[in-house]
Design a protein around this ligand. Structure first.
Ligand code: G3P
Ligand code: CA
Length: 251
């Protein structure tokens, strides 16, 4: 996929519309679609039996009624737990597979930012498995890959030279735009605070990079993102961001 920028920010629901519904569940993704977000961001990890599941943490304790590592459970076992993130009113929420989420988004024209969680556990073959799954669903033109593990970013480029790849980072490294360009990335995926540097956006542009920023939840931050010309607002509140972007487009 080539550039995604369009002159005003794209709005992606971070872990779905996770400000309202349990993160990284079908309910959260469907809510983001109902809000007419431009797409969602999600996190992928791998089960004991090599299945790709959508969950942020390596452990299931925080978001479900189960315990232990994703890598130590089979998909069948994980499907027994309730991933409602302890939120009232959501009943039973299964852990989604990447397969199920791609099927939900197929044909909608919406984007999915797949963050490959390979920075804590070294899941064997996860990058290739994700790319193969995206190809199976013919969603290559609708996927943004990202990772904090930049070796994974390089692997994505290797397995799919046409893939759109964003380099995630949150620490205060120097010369990141130059580094990402040299490593053939398409986009910077910085934590929000990098926008405080007035030279950040000019430097990104100079290096031909798009800027997909997380996690922008406050209105004043969304307004700043619009003014600075960032490519994407990744937010827990897609409805809020869509309103701000709409206002910005009118002015
Ligand atoms: O992809 C943006 C953001 O989700 C990265 O941080 O910890 O929320 O996965 P984290
Ligand atoms: Ca993420």
């Amino acid at each position: 996929m080539h550039k995604i920028g369009r002159g005003y920010p794209i709005v992606l629901g971070h872990r779905g519309a996770s400000g309202y519904a349990p993160e990284n569940t079908m309910k959260s993704f469907k809510l983001a679609l109902d809000m007419d977000a431009d797409g969602v961001e999600l996190d992928v990890q791998m089960t004991y039996d090599g299945k790709l599941v959508v969950i942020h943490d390596e452990l299931i304790d925080r978001t479900s009624n189960g315990k232990g590592w994703v890598k130590d459970h089979t998909l069948e076992e994980l499907k027994e737990f309730n991933f409602n993130n302890h939120m009232e009113g959501y009943g039973f929420c299964e852990i989604p597979t990447l397969d199920e989420v791609l099927e939900l988004f197929r044909g909608t024209g919406k984007l999915i930012n797949i963050e490959i969680k390979s920075n804590i556990i070294n899941y064997p073959g996860i990058t290739k498995a994700v790319i193969d799954m995206v190809r199976e669903h013919d969603m290559q033109d609708h996927v943004i890959y990202s990772s904090f593990n930049h070796q994974t970013c390089l692997e994505v480029e290797e397995y799919d030279p046409d893939a759109y790849v964003g380099f995630l980072y949150e620490d205060g490294f120097l010369n990141v735009p130059e580094y990402v360009r040299q490593n053939h990335g398409d986009a910077l995926h910085p934590a929000l605070y990098f926008l405080l540097d007035p030279l950040y956006m000019p430097r990104a542009r100079k290096n031909g990079l798009e800027v997909n920023v997380w996690t922008i939840n406050e209105e004043y931050q969304m307004e700043l993102g619009c003014k600075l010309g960032i490519t994407t607002i990744i937010t827990n509140y897609p409805d809020r961001a869509l309103r701000i972007v709409e206002k910005y487009k009118k002015n």
